[in-house]
Design a protein around this ligand. Structure first.
Ligand code: C2E
Ligand code: MG
Ligand code: MG
Ligand code: MG
Length: 288
């Protein structure tokens, strides 16, 4: 394409671009083997009930143990996986892995736990997800479907792609729960929110970051919470880092919270420890 555009276009391919293209193709090459080589891991971040402080849900967040670059965050490879369609296989891996882990926790007695997974729009648009297949897999593992939460970004609600909407509706009919992620950052209309009855709405961390008693973001969060509740949707605030933010959200009637104030995303084993500690504390509390 550069050649067709004419000789003088060559210099636009700068060393920096070359390096970027190289990195991209290297990442792509490595990504192709990441599943087989067991380089992906799901970390889990607690979501707490703001009234009791108890962990009642977890969100699965993917990590890539890259052989050279080390622990790699999803922002570094999910967009590329989406561009190349590789997200479809990764998405299936995420679902299986999360379901197996949820089954393991249920066997340990944490049977009320809900687990969220992030689903890319592409998985819904193409034939990425067969809702019936996912439902069947959970049945085989004796996991109730409403213990699994599918997180989608709000733009998907506006998706005119019929396939995407129908997969989402099948999942919902199969009793999977649906959460609208990063709420407030995309384009959605309140009409769509009403039209599609989501179970949870997650206020994006950009609105939580600047929460102080006098900030406009406080009014915005309050309004989102009131609106969601009127529609029968529970609200999760993402990215809570301070007690001040937590208190403002509690006063605003927010249901659940997620953020570094409570815990970062952690490997499954560490989450098991946290869950056990929580049981120990509540048993001790009941005894006195
Ligand atoms: P998300 O679903 O909105 O996840 C929340 C992100 O916020 C996570 O970043 C989490 O580690 C981070 N976070 C949580 N609490 C705090 C806090 O108090 N402060 C700050 N600054 N950050 C906090 P992470 O794990 O890097 O994931 C980034 C995004 O990558 C996710 O955003 C999600 O959109 C995507 N992602 C993660 N795992 C998957 C996956 O399995 N599949 C797909 N398709 N996307 C995924
Ligand atoms: Mg999410
Ligand atoms: Mg989010
Ligand atoms: Mg996000």
């Amino acid at each position: 394409a550069a050649k067709k555009a004419g000789q003088n276009r060559y210099h636009y391919f700068t060393p920096a671009m070359q390096e970027q293209a190289l990195t991209r193709s290297n990442t792509l090459r490595d990504l192709r083997y990441a599943i087989e080589r067991h380089q992906f891991e799901l970390y889990y971040q607690p979501i707490v009930d703001l009234k009791t402080g108890k962990i009642i849900k977890l969100e699965a967040l993917i990590r890539w143990h890259h052989p050279v670059n080390g622990l790699t965050a999803p922002d570094q490879f999910i967009p590329l996986a989406e561009d190349t369609g590789m997200i479809l296989r990764i998405g299936e891996w995420v679902f299986h892995t999360a379901a197996k882990q949820l089954q393991a926790w249920r066997k340990l007695g944490f049977s009320d736990l809900e687990l969220s997974i992030n689903v890319s729009p592409l998985q819904l648009r193409n034939d990425g997800i067969q809702a019936d297949d996912w439902a069947l897999q959970l049945e085989k593992m004796a996991i109730p479907k409403d213990a699994m939460v599918i997180e989608i970004t709000e733009n998907l609600l506006m998706d005119h792609n019929q396939r995407a909407r129908s997969v989402l509706e099948s999942l919902h009919q199969d009793r999977f729960k649906i959460a609208i992620d990063d709420f407030g950052t995309g384009y959605s209309s309140l009409a769509y929110l009403q039209d599609f009855s989501a179970d949870f709405l997650k206020i994006d961390q950009t609105f939580i970051r600047n929460l102080t008693s006098t900030s406009n973001d406080t009014a915005l969060c309050e309004a989102i919470i009131v609106m969601a509740h009127k529609l029968g949707i529970k609200v999760i605030a993402e990215g809570i880092e301070t007690e001040e933010q937590q208190n403002i959200l509690i006063n605003a009637g927010c249901d659940y919270g997620q953020g570094w104030l409570f815990a970062k995303a952690l490997p499954a084993d560490e989450l098991t420890k946290l869950l056990r500690q929580q049981v120990a504390v509540s048993c001790y509390g009941a005894n006195i």
